[in-house]
Ligand binder design. Structure first.
Ligand SMILES: Cc1cc2nc3c(=O)[nH]c(=O)nc-3n(C[C@H](O)[C@H](O)[C@H](O)COP(=O)(O)OP(=O)(O)OC[C@H]3O[C@@H](n4cnc5c(N)ncnc54)[C@H](O)[C@@H]3O)c2cc1C
Length: 470
């Protein structure tokens, strides 16, 4: 049976390889050509890694980025998604230069497509401005002489997209026959000595693969399959981060009518226990709003979304400028509880490995959750591309864990710290916006300037080491 499956996967791998060759040609509109050249597997046509077949659980930004990476690296896979179709949930996503480099290294074509859907700041002279920082209080700080102060860096170029558009360009790269919808994974059983994993679905069916990559989000089942047997059951459950958000997209014309000159370019409004971000998406025709309310109380509701009244929203932002409050109330009055995985001691166990929010769900303050999942996808697909036998998977996952976990967990930790700074809860910064802006100009550099080419080299060399130790 094992031999038959192995042959089948090799055949499937070959047929995918031919698709890869087609999609890999004629990359369009490449921004980071120098980074792309440092990715040797882009040009590889080796079919060695078709000895494995990966089950990707979840088709969010993480699962889809991994799928594109697997196509480019000739790794055979099937995506299992619980929903009936690809997600169309609307919200904005900002991607930093690190995520854009990762995207280019995964697929120059995808990176080119991103340029067609992303938006920068509306002012031409604010190309490298991430956001402008203001007080959220009435007058936005003008009463104390504060004018909007930019933060960013020369290496940074502001880009954001509608999540729906980002998912669309990702799915445009993926053949329909590698995705199965309405497949809610309920159980994952491992047979590590046989190189086999069995997935059970809510519809009563099962599927077999060599390994599972759990891209099933912050509440995903795969997290328990990794962390409980690895000796960290207390880390499985997501932790409430102490804040919830109201999220919406409104026409930019509405934002301009309400905020006047404060609309348009990306803004970050800060005040005691509140942080509101607004930024352009959809070629500047729409404004994305994320309004966070910080609280000491635990999240007591059974669901992670909770509908309230408009009065409750207004009460949450009672210390905020009325113009901004009115903009926030354009949204459905729904609180989205923000949970994260502040501690994750390992990203794999046996033949099951975590990627994206299932590994390192983070609060949104550094705009880096999706970015980290794209980086994960780059590194994991890259190392899977050099796996020659399922027996090497453990070395591949160990190498991925060694390269990715320190960086991704640092994101989770520092994002939570930044939330406290925004909400004026950090005694070192208090309400001193000048100090906060200084911090903002420094704190993102390690995220944005990161050398992903070096990570790709590292993952290969750690993989070789681990393989020889096995
Ligand atoms: C308010 C807010 C703002 C944000 N802003 C940014 C930003 O500006 N920049 C940024 O980089 N990040 C941002 N993020 C984070 C980003 O949205 C996430 O990190 C990213 O979407 C995670 O992608 P994922 O693929 O790991 O998980 P998800 O998007 O959660 O996808 C998981 C998928 O798995 C499927 N699934 C779940 N369980 C199962 C199962 N049992 N069986 C089969 N399928 C299953 C789900 O249906 C879903 O399709 C923000 C997050 C929030 C909350």
């Amino acid at each position: 049976m094992g031999v038959v499956l192995s042959r089948l996967w090799r055949l499937l791998g070959r047929s995918l390889s031919s698709k890869v060759a087609t999609s890999a040609q004629a990359p369009t509109n490449i921004k980071s050509a120098e980074s792309v050249e440092s990715c040797p597997s882009q040009s590889s046509t080796s079919s060695a890694n078709s000895f494995i077949h990966i089950a990707i659980v979840g088709s969010g930004i993480g699962g889809l980025s991994l799928a594109v990476g697997c196509l480019r690296n000739n790794v055979s896979f099937t995506i299992y998604e619980s929903a009936a179709q690809y997600s169309v949930i609307g919200a904005g996503v900002g991607l930093g230069p690190n995520a854009l480099r990762a995207m280019a290294l995964i697929s120059p074509e995808l990176r080119g497509l991103y340029d067609t859907i992303s938006s920068g700041n509306l002012s031409q002279d604010k190309l490298h401005v991430a956001m402008e920082a203001l007080y959220a209080e009435p007058g936005f700080g003008s009463n104390r002489g504060w004018t909007p102060q930019p933060f960013g860096a020369p290496c940074y170029e502001r880009t954001s997209a509608h999540r729906r558009d980002l998912l669309n360009i990702l799915t445009s790269q993926i053949p329909a026959n590698v995705v199965q919808f309405n497949k809610r994974v309920t159980e994952i059983q491992q047979f590590p000595d046989e190189g086999r994993v069995v997935l059970s679905f809510a519809d009563g069916t099962t599927a077999t693969a060599t390994a599972v990559i759990g891209c099933d989000g912050v509440k995903g089942v795969s997290r328990g399959v990794v962390l409980s047997p690895a000796g960290h059951p207390e880390e499985v459950a997501p932790v409430f981060s102490g804040k919830y958000a109201y999220r919406s997209i409104v026409p930019m014309a509405t934002a301009e009518r309400l905020l006047g000159d404060y609309a348009g370019d990306a803004k970050c409004f800060n005040g005691p226990n509140v942080n509101v971000m607004t930024y352009p998406i959809s070629s500047g025709t729409e404004c994305n709003i994320v309004a966070c309310k910080f609280t000491d109380a635990p999240w007591m509701h059974p669901q992670w979304t909770h509908r309230v009244t408009e009065e409750a929203v207004r009460a949450d932002f009672s210390n905020v400028d009325e113009r901004l409050v009115t903009l926030i109330t354009c949204a459905e009055p729904v609180q989205w509880a923000l949970h994260h995985h502040i501690q994750t001691s390992i990203y794999y166990h046996g033949l099951v490995c975590l990627l994206g929010d299932s590994a390192h769900a983070t609060t949104p303050h550094q705009a880096s959750g999706a970015s980290m999942s794209i980086e994960d996808a780059l590194i994991l697909s890259h190392v899977l591309g050099v796996v020659n036998d399922w027996k090497e998977l453990s070395a591949a996952f160990a190498a991925y864990d060694a390269v990715r976990r320190p960086r991704a967990q640092r994101i989770v930790r520092t994002s939570q710290e930044l939330g406290a700074i925004y909400a004026c809860q950090d005694p070192h910064y208090g309400e001193d916006m000048g100090k906060i802006v200084k911090n903002l100009n420094e704190r993102f550099l390690w995220i944005w300037e990161h050398d992903l080419g070096a990570d790709m080299k590292s993952v290969r060399s750690i993989f070789k080491e681990k393989k020889s130790e096995a």
